[in-house]
Design a protein around this ligand. Structure first.
Ligand code: PMP
Length: 321
């Protein structure tokens, strides 16, 4: 299997035509010069960055990844992403053959080799090639690669007018089956919910957990504003602990806003004053409808807009950490 170069953004959007009004942005697929991909210590042209058909990352989704963003040549929250990657790997008993410092260097090399200052970086660790059969201990060597590319998940107008989302019937993975805290290469759970969203004409879908509480969206965390405070589901609701989620919590607190992480049902979202999503690719995006019901007055709310402005200012000026 080839590791994809410019096709990577297609994986984040969708190649399935939606039946409703939303359709994915394909502008970044038009890139002409060949991307350089860092793979197991070397930078090679994307067409030569390949993994084996025996790789368990492909055969079983056995591996972990991160989506990371660089703004103006600075990698946002690089350490947090790398530590989450190592936690994900440890949780699935996969040992990553590179240190945090080596992975940082791989990311920087990838940005430099592709002349990118503003980029979306995909860092992947697969279990590696092994015999057919599940046993991960027979895989010789994990494959680690870094793709530096661009991404635009949602069209600009959705940031201005707000996103409409629907609740998916597909629930988030039961934490006792596979913890949603693991950012694994097996995203089928979320992809099935994404299909439901797309079929309903929505770019994102809300996922509940195994007891009907609000968890998160297929690739983004969810927040509401109610009674002047910010609320987002707790990690124990069975979510990916988003780096952007944590950044927005810190940002809101630094702006003097109260933030809580209570258990939430759809009732809390239907009756919220405002709603928005966070994610490395999506950044901060308002949500104005859930299940065709307007949230608040059906427009992006004032606190959401304030946080979007503060987030943009932060990524434009933040030093690397
Ligand atoms: N939830 C899921 C399921 C995700 O895949 C992601 C990342 N796309 C997020 C939340 C947001 O996490 P982060 O802010 O770290 O990108």
């Amino acid at each position: 299997m080839k590791t994809v170069g410019t096709g990577q953004t297609r994986a984040e959007g969708t190649s399935t035509e939606p039946s409703g009004t939303w359709s994915p942005d394909r502008s970044s697929l038009a890139s002409t010069s060949e991307k350089q991909v860092w793979i197991n210590g070397q930078l090679v042209p994307a067409s030569q960055a390949t993994v084996s058909v025996y790789d368990h990352g492909l055969l079983y989704g056995d591996g972990v990844f991160e989506g990371i963003r660089a703004y103006g040549g600075r990698v946002l929250k690089m350490r947090s992403h790398l530590l989450r990657l190592l936690d994900s790997a440890r949780a699935i008993a996969l040992s990553v053959p590179y240190s945090v410092e080596q992975l940082e260097s791989a990311i920087r090399q990838s940005l430099r080799a592709n002349g990118l200052r503003d980029a979306y970086i995909r860092l992947v660790v697969t279990r590696g090639a092994g015999p057919l059969g599940l046993n991960p201990y027979q895989c010789r060597q994990p494959v680690v690669f870094v793709i530096a590319d661009s991404i635009q998940l949602y069209p600009q107008e959705m940031y201005e007018r707000g996103l409409e989302i629907v609740t998916a019937a597909t629930i988030r993975n039961h934490p006792a089956a596979l913890s949603p805290r693991v950012k694994s290469l097996n995203y089928l759970n979320n992809i099935m919910a994404k299909v439901e969203g797309i079929k309903a004409g929505c770019a994102e879908a809300l996922m509940l957990n195994h007891i009907g509480l609000v968890a998160e969206c297929t690739g983004d965390n969810i927040f509401i504003v109610r009674a002047g405070e910010l609320r987002t589901p707790p990690v124990h609701a069975g979510i990916l602990e988003g780096i952007t989620r944590n950044l927005v919590i810190d940002l809101a607190r630094s702006m003097g806003l109260a933030v809580r992480e209570p258990d939430m049902t759809r009732h809390d979202i239907y009756t919220a004053d405002e709603c928005f999503l966070t994610g490395t690719a999506a950044e901060v995006i308002p949500v104005t409808k859930l299940d065709a019901r307007p949230i608040g007055d059906g427009k992006p709310g004032p606190m959401t807009l304030k946080l979007i402005a503060a987030f943009r200012q932060l990524v434009a000026n933040a030093p690397e950490d």
